[in-house]
Design a protein around this ligand. Structure first.
Ligand SMILES: [Zn+2]
Length: 251
């Protein structure tokens, strides 16, 4: 089982509001379902990831920023379904099970505008990625997990392409949902990502649901500039690798 959003290693990571603006993905040229808002840092990375895709293939964002009330409703609804399917389950167990599919409100990255649910589309519509977006582990027999083996070869190839471009642009996946990718939230420097130790505070956190008293000014103006510069060179280098790999596949 991957590290879940309800895990102590995730929930104890402190988060601060950095005041980054929300932007409409439509204005960035990203294909989206209606008007979808995300933090500027997420939007920038989606634009980069989109540019890495082969001609005729695009990212398509189904959901970005989600109101707190809606997050609460989705979480409570899934909890109730799990309690119905597993009579006698404890509160702690249902909390863990629920967080495979929907984040507890207090750490929810969609509520901070730090996550997107997305897929790939081409000239003939959405690609096959194995399950519909938002299929629960129960509905999909676990095929919603990014690494699931009970999907077609084509769906596996499409998931690999999605991961290639999004990872290269600096986003991280929530391993129980192939469609969920984030940047700057608590999960971003999680134990599932090799480069950042789990105890380090996020370099660029944008969760806003933290009491004012707990906020600290970790990122000075100067550091921000340094991080952005470093990010640019990392992304450019990673992007070249992705483009090379895609070119090899197509050859
Ligand atoms: Zn999501």
């Amino acid at each position: 089982m991957p590290v879940l959003m309800s895990d102590d290693r995730i929930t104890r990571i402190p988060a601060i509001e950095v005041g980054e603006a929300l932007v409409d993905l439509y204005t960035c040229g990203i294909s989206a379902e209606g008007r979808q808002l995300v933090r500027e840092g997420v939007a920038d990375r989606l634009v980069v990831a989109d540019s890495f895709l082969p001609t005729g293939v695009r990212l398509h964002v189904v959901e970005g920023l989600r109101p707190l009330q809606l997050q609460l409703e989705i979480y409570n609804g899934y909890r109730a379904e799990l309690q119905r399917l597993n009579p006698g389950i404890s509160d702690a167990e249902v909390h863990v099970l629920a967080s495979r599919f929907v984040s507890p409100v207090e750490v929810a990255p969609h509520v901070a505008g730090a996550a997107v649910d997305l897929t790939l589309v081409g000239e003939h519509g959405p690609f096959d990625l194995g399950t519909p977006i938002d299929a629960t582990p129960e509905q999909s027999n676990g095929a919603c997990y990014f690494d699931a083996t009970n999907i077609s070869r084509e769906a596996r190839t499409n998931r690999a392409l999605l991961a290639d471009v999004l990872t290269a642009a600096g986003l991280v996946n929530y391993p129980t949902e192939w469609w969920h990718w984030s940047y700057g939230d608590r999960y971003w420097p999680s134990p599932n990502t090799a480069t950042t130790p789990s105890t380090a505070p996020p370099k660029h956190p944008c969760c806003r649901n933290v009491p004012e008293a707990q906020r600290r000014d970790w990122i000075s103006q100067e550091n921000c500039v340094l991080i952005v510069r470093r990010w640019n060179s990392d992304v450019i280098e990673a992007g070249y690798h992705v483009i090379e790999r895609i070119a090899l596949t197509l050859r």
